[in-house]
Ligand binder design. Structure first.
Ligand code: CAA
Length: 343
């Protein structure tokens, strides 16, 4: 893909899970990126993750070797905040802490061209409160990505009462250019998706804590029973338990909705360093930090059926004739057909 020189550069500040994914997707769509974090190890980790992700894309014939190197060439990984001074768009993706976000934006205020658009990837904090850290709050907008950012083709654009319409429109066009479908929402805690999602995720964590069912069974219920791509505990691990706790805590403080009062287990796990996939352990244990591969651990649901004798089933009676009964009859008829053929 051609580099989009005319648009200038996009700075992504904060290279955690989300910032790294955002830097990758923006570079993949032809923009020059300044990928910035204050911590050397975090910057080098982000580089490695983007290299590995684009490597995988080459192996799966999704990118050519030269496209991959063009993408990597477009990203300047740095710890120097000054590198973002010529950017047209700044995307702040530092941890979910209001003071930290305000501090990052405030530090850059007045140093960037007037045309700059400030985006915050906050998941739940008030964009309005973040926006007052700069002298032009009308040029601040929420641009909320979903994890994994390179995969989820959706963003929420959050406007405050003072955001310029022109800024919202420019960011809508930018979202389209990086392959994301955008919705525009008001500055309300959790915006649309998190507001709906996190009550459910929190409930799943509480069910696990109360030993309602095993982690595998809770996840299977939603994955297989409800057709979601992953179960809630695996999703909490993907999002990060620290991030999830912060989102719930912020939403609870703002709305006082009991559904969002963080389940105590989340706090305990985060305090113990179990942050989910990124730390190698959360509700599940992973092959290594950042790996999606779940490995066996002490909590695997024990199902030793060796002592139980199971009688063969020859016939099943289904009582009822509604949607469910008809579906159940169909399931058994298919098994019978597979085992015995017609008749
Ligand atoms: N980073 C980059 N790419 C990734 C990735 C990651 N972490 N995980 C998977 N992918 C890519 C794979 O490389 C693969 O790409 P190709 O098709 O180009 O080869 C593709 O995604 C599919 O991956 P897999 O085949 O390995 O696995 P899958 O089909 O099970 O999909 C998933 C994995 C995309 C994570 C899917 O399970 C899913 O969509 N889960 C739900 C995620 C979700 O709900 N996200 C929103 C969370 S809420 C949020 O983010 C908001 C917030 O504020 C916290």
């Amino acid at each position: 893909m051609e580099a989009r020189d005319s648009v200038g550069t996009i700075a992504v500040i904060g290279l955690g899970t989300m910032g790294t994914g955002i830097a990758e997707v923006v570079a993949r769509h032809g923009f020059a990126v300044r990928a910035i974090d204050i911590d050397d190890a975090t910057v080098s980790d982000a580089r490695q993750r983007i290299e590995a992700s684009t490597d995988r894309a080459v192996a799966r014939d999704k990118l050519t070797v030269s496209e991959r190197s063009e993408i990597l060439d477009r990203i300047l990984f740095t710890t120097n905040l000054q590198e973002c001074l010529t950017s047209d768009i700044v995307i702040e993706a530092v941890p979910e802490n209001l003071e930290l976000k305000r501090q990052v934006l405030g530090q850059l205020d007045g140093l960037l061209p007037d045309r700059v658009i400030w985006c915050t990837n906050t998941s739940s904090l008030s964009v309005t409160e973040i926006s007052t850290a700069v002298s032009q709050p009308s040029r601040v907008v929420g641009l909320h990505f979903f994890n994994p950012a390179p995969v989820q083709d959706f963003v929420e654009i959050v406007r405050t009462v003072v955001t310029d319409d022109e800024v919202v429109e420019q960011i809508r066009v930018f979202a389209e250019q990086i392959g994301k479908q955008a919705v525009i929402c008001e500055d309300k805690a959790g915006f649309i998706a998190n507001s709906l999602l996190f009550g459910y995720l929190n409930h799943a964590a509480s069910m696990f804590e109360q030993k309602y069912a095993s982690r595998e069974d809770i996840d299977a219920a939603m994955r297989l029973g409800c057709g979601l791509p992953m179960g809630p505990l695996a999703l909490l691990d993907l999002i990060g338990l620290d991030t999830s706790y912060q989102i719930l805590d912020t939403m609870y403080r703002q709305g006082r909705d009991r559904l969002h009062a963080p389940s105590p287990i989340l706090k305990h796990m985060v305090t113990a360093g179990l942050k989910g996939r990124k730390s190698g352990r959360g509700f599940y244990t992973y092959a290594e930090p950042g790996s999606p591969e779940i490995v066996a651990d002490d909590h695997v649901a024990k199902r030793d059926a060796s002592d139980v004798s199971v009688r063969g089933v020859n016939a099943v009676g289904v009582v009822g004739s509604g949607t469910m009964a008809t579906g159940i009859i169909e399931v058994f008829a298919k098994v019978h057909h597979r085992n015995h053929g017609f008749g």
